[in-house]
Design a protein around this ligand. Sequence first.
Ligand code: HEC
Length: 150
Amino acid sequence: MIKKILSTTAVAMLVCGLNLNGAEEVDTSKLPAPSDKKVDFVKDIKPLFEKSCFNCHGVKPRAKGKYFMNNREKAIAGGSSDEKAIIAGKSAKSPLVHMVTDLVEEMEMPPIDKREKYKALTKKQIGLVRAWIDQGAKWPAGVELQKAAQ
Ligand code: HEC
């Protein structure tokens, strides 16, 4: 009986897409394809982050939680989870990409109920973010995100 319950639990965990490390598996086939262009952080990515993310992930006192995207180091490191938010070179494995594609329940970014103010990234924009990460998440030293003009 116990054996049966255990194996049922294991099957249920597999079905729910959980693995034993506790990290959530996401269906990466749902990710928009990375752009094939050579991405320039300052021109292509910074404005997106400033508009859709930075008010909550950088500017105090509005900043919520512990994830700060001010510079490369912080943006990569992640916040309250112990996971890195960005894995340079691996956009399909980067939690930030999963979150902006709404593949992580309760962690859709920007949060779904705030999208009147903070627009969701388009597929094209997510493709750019993916290409940026795949190309090494280059972020020139000394460049910090700024509060976007509202
Ligand atoms: C309205 C506020 C708000 C906006 C806008 C927003 N977020 Fe978040 N975000 C949160 C909150 C709250 C959390 C959970 C607490 C935390 O970890 O900071 C969170 C968590 C995250 C995390 C997980 C960090 C970790 O390691 O725990 C990532 C990655 C993230 N956001 C990325 C983004 C990106 C990228 C954008 C823009 C496309 C964005 N967020 C826009 C409020 C926001």
